[in-house]
Design a protein around this ligand. Structure first.
Ligand code: SF4
Length: 74
């Protein structure tokens, strides 16, 4: 699967977010280098825009992403 095109700029992938190193590398493999379409950050960036993706949002926060997207559509 293709890597995420946001890798170069994404604070998560670039290690600028506070993240336990073990989990962080797991997430990078799973999302950034695996399936970006299930990454919460990616979902928000591509539907609401990059301004909505704060550094407190981690790739696994899919529920939050769905909620934010649903709220926005109201
Ligand atoms: S955290 Fe998400 S948006 Fe950032 S590089 Fe990884 S897959 Fe892409």
């Amino acid at each position: 699967m293709a890597t995420c095109e946001k890798l170069a700029k994404c604070p998560f992938y670039q290690g600028q977010m506070d993240m336990d190193s073990g989990l962080g590398s797991l997430y990078k493999k799973r999302y950034c280098e695996g399936d970006k379409t299930v990454c919460a950050r990616y979902m928000i960036a591509t539907t609401l825009g990059p301004d909505y993706v704060t550094n407190s949002i981690y790739p696994n926060m899919v529920d939050l992403a769905k909620k934010m997207i649903a709220e926005h559509k109201k």
